[in-house]
Design a protein around this ligand. Structure first.
Ligand SMILES: [Zn+2]
Ligand SMILES: [Zn+2]
Length: 358
């Protein structure tokens, strides 16, 4: 049986048609064999990439020895019962092929699914609708993690196998963040928090309701401090405002170049202790800000107790004194707050530590 041949370039088709029993060795194959599973490409031994056509027929999966299917699409494929569908291990990650889609938050379980299948000796198919963006992003992430590759190297590598691969720019940016996070999505990291804030800003242009998990817990409602955490209080009335874990560090901008704001560049990569130039802390939103932030794009941040001006916020972003743009921005001037070391044993007691006015 010969299937339509349009989907893949010849080189890729030949590559994907390698003899299964010989693993990842490239062998020239007859055209008829190459056509048998043209909708899929074997990117790594036992790891296939494809579009919706790849799951249309179970025979094809069976021929390739695929018993695990990861779908990254808006709809879950419906497999006909019987014909081995019961042995199929499946994972469905709902995702649209749009730059604003949050794929990053799902990468860990996608990569774990593929890795687990490998451990069990299962061949895996990762597919989306057309096999060029969503599935490509997931497979690239898997290659980055398992082969410790940079985003660029992994993506280039994959595109030699599938020259049609072209993930959207939002996914490219997310995979760069994934690399910065060392291939593990740490939801408590400043990078992830900033990323989530940006995603929310894109998703809620009118900002009428914000997910609660976006807000850091009000420090006045927690008595126990974490080790080495610093508490920031209003200089005027001593009201606790935020903790050091809420600070979203960024790379210092440098002069006029930093003024050219590039939205798709991860500008907030952690550089601890290098922010001498910055006269503000950029932080995640804290619970006491909630009523101020809703329904407006920018405004002042006032102390919830004494109404002293602390700083400002802007969902479209603000520029730090060092030149760097932060989007969105919740900015507290350093000279309006005092740093207090939290004593872990004594809980709510604090000790004032050196403060530096700029
Ligand atoms: Zn700065
Ligand atoms: Zn105050």
């Amino acid at each position: 049986m010969v299937r339509p041949t349009a989907a893949w370039p010849l080189g890729a088709a030949m590559l994907e048609a390698q003899d299964r029993s010989h693993g990842w060795e490239r062998e020239s194959q007859s055209a008829s064999r190459a056509s048998s599973s043209r909708q899929m490409l074997e990117v790594r031994p036992g790891l296939y990439l494809g579009g919706a056509a790849a799951v249309a027929e179970l025979d094809q999966l069976r021929e390739a020895g695929i018993t695990a299917v990861l779908t990254v699409d808006s709809e879950e494929p419906s497999f006909k019962s019987g014909a081995g569908v019961e042995v199929l291990r499946r994972l469905f990650v709902p995702a649209l092929d749009k730059p604003e889609t949050d794929l990053l938050s799902h990468l860990d379980r996608c990569v774990a699914f593929i890795a687990q299948a490998h451990v069990e000796g299962r061949a895996v198919l990762v597919h989306c609708h057309s096999g060029v963006s969503r599935s490509v992003a997931v497979v690239t992430a898997f290659m980055m993690k398992t082969e410790q590759l940079t985003f660029e190297t992994a993506y280039e590598n994959l595109r030699t196998v599938n020259p049609e691969a072209k993930m959207n720019e939002g996914f490219e940016w997310q995979l760069k963040l994934y690399q910065v996070m060392e291939y593990e999505v740490d939801t408590s990291s400043a990078i992830y928090k900033q990323y989530r804030l940006q995603k929310v800003t894109e998703k809620y242009p009118e900002l009428q309701n914000l997910p609660q998990e976006l807000f850091a817990v009000d420090p006045t409602s927690i008595s126990q401090g974490l080790k080495d955490e610093v508490l920031y209080k209003c200089r005027k009335c001593r009201r606790s405002l935020f903790r050091s874990s809420s600070i979203l560090d960024h790379n210092e901008g440098s002069g006029p170049i930093a003024f050219a704001h590039k939205r798709m560049t991860p500008s907030f990569i952690l550089t601890k202790g290098s922010q001498a130039q910055c006269t503000s802390y950029f932080i995640e939103p804290v619970q006491w800000m909630e009523s101020i932030l809703l329904g407006v794009m920018d405004g002042q941040l006032l102390c919830p107790k004494c109404s002293a001006k602390l700083g400002s916020f802007n969902w479209y972003g603000e520029q730090c004194s060092c030149g760097r743009w932060i989007t969105p921005a919740f900015q507290i001037h350093k000279n309006r707050v005092d740093e207090m070391k939290i004593l872990p044993v004594l809980g709510s007691q604090t000790t004032k530590i050196q403060t530096c006015d700029i």
